[in-house]
Ligand binder design. Structure first.
Ligand code: COA
Length: 355
């Protein structure tokens, strides 16, 4: 069976830079708190009406497609990882197909919704299509516009300061080169923790899971008077439409699962941590990345971090970091590159690549 290789990478972030000081205009926070807890100095947020998740994705995709030596019309399939699609439905994949001007090709396009692990899941799915021979050129994208779903008041500061917007893309193709390409992908999930990092609205739960929701005590989804609706005025006025995170719990699980799945992936190939040339963790939080690198025994120069400049861009963070590292000359022929993620769900996973 042929392996899949990454034939082209690209990323695009909005021009609009939001510094930590800028956030103090909206909420009670400060640069020191944000930098100490998360490592973030600034993030990019789209300018309303200028970009959407799919248009950011299209900009990143065009770069990846050109670097792969193909044209958009040569694509066979699109896998789009995002939690912040342009619409609740349809998914962002079809909008990206249209933005790339290839809707007439009628190629398939699917969305993947596994949050911060989205790109790893998307890459894994696309790899299977390449390995079976079903497709030859697959566009795999991670893109987010999260700035439009943040509570920019002091109440939401624990989350609002962390997240950013951006897009990263790769083109997958089959490779004949022995020992090269995506060696393996490992995917995991544990739904017991679904409510630890969640945006509950819009959704169909209508109070069904209330016993599992540790969200703010004034959030109540089960009042029948509100009617059978995904979203209503009560939810809007009570800030129930924003993400909730149990930050400490997420931190604890992340620093365990990142190393665990990285080792699982290395073990499957008979490789060791010291064989890794470049480790690209999902940019959740600089402290998490540093903690994980230390646990694995990876020196700082083998770990790519850019959360300082972009914040946590969820499904976009790994492909942005990969494209940036590639542009910086840090990804070279024969290198062992390890992409690892953990996030809401909880979901976690790894892709191990011989470049
Ligand atoms: N600015 C200033 N103060 C803030 C703040 C902000 N942006 N956000 C929270 N605080 C305050 C809290 O209100 C609290 O104040 P109090 O002690 O007076 O009640 C204090 O800081 C500590 O808050 P807490 O939430 O306990 O902080 P923490 O040490 O757990 O750090 C995170 C919060 C989110 C940075 C941390 O939990 C974390 O990194 N978690 C992992 C999150 C993550 O990576 N998510 C992405 C997963 S993919």
């Amino acid at each position: 069976m042929k392996k899949a290789k990454i034939a082209g990478v690209g990323f695009h972030v909005p021009e609009n830079v939001i510094t930590n000081d800028d956030l103090t205009k909206y909420m009670d926070t400060n640069d020191q708190w944000i930098q100490e807890r998360t490592g973030i100095k600034e993030r990019r947020w789209v300018t309303r009406g200028e970009d959407t998740t799919a248009t950011l994705a299209a900009k990143a995709s065009r770069i990846a497609i050109e670097r792969a030596g193909i044209e958009p019309k040569d694509l066979d399939f699109i896998v789009f990882a995002t939690l912040s699609a342009d619409y609740y439905f349809p998914g962002a994949g079809v909008i990206l197909q249209r933005e790339l001007g290839i809707a007439e090709t009628e190629i398939g396009a699917v969305d993947v919704k596994t949050q911060c692990t989205g790109f790893i899941y998307a890459l894994s799915m696309a790899t299977q299509y390449i390995e079976t021979g079903m497709y030859k050129n697959i566009l795999v994208v991670g893109a987010e516009v999260q700035s439009m779903a943040l509570d920019l008041t002091t109440r939401g500061r624990g989350i609002a300061v962390i997240f950013g917007d951006g897009a990263g893309a790769v083109v997958l193709q089959p490779t004949e080169e022995k020992g090269k390409g995506i060696l393996n992908t490992k995917l995991h999930a544990d739904g017991r923790y679904a409510e630890k990092l969640i945006m509950p609205v819009p959704g169909s739960h209508a109070g069904y899971h209330n016993d599992k929701l540790e969200t703010p005590s004034d959030w109540n989804f089960s009042d029948a008077r509100w009617g059978n609706t995904f979203i209503n005025e009560h939810m809007l006025t009570n800030s129930m439409i924003y993400p909730y995170m149990d930050g400490k719990y997420v931190f604890k699980m992340a620093v365990t699962k990142f190393p665990e799945v990285t080792k699982e992936s290395l073990d499957a190939e008979g490789l060791e941590v010291k064989d890794i040339d470049l480790f690209i963790p999902h940019q959740a939080n600089l402290r998490i990345s540093q903690f994980v690198a230390k646990r694995l025994g990876l020196p700082a120069e083998k770990v790519w971090n850019n959360i300082q400049r972009y914040g946590n861009t969820t499904a976009a963070s790994i492909p942005i970091a990969l494209a940036e590292a590639w542009e910086a000359g840090k990804v070279n022929d024969g290198d062992l590159v390890c992409l690892t993620a953990f996030g809401s769900g909880f979901t976690w996973g790894t892709a191990l690549i011989r470049w």
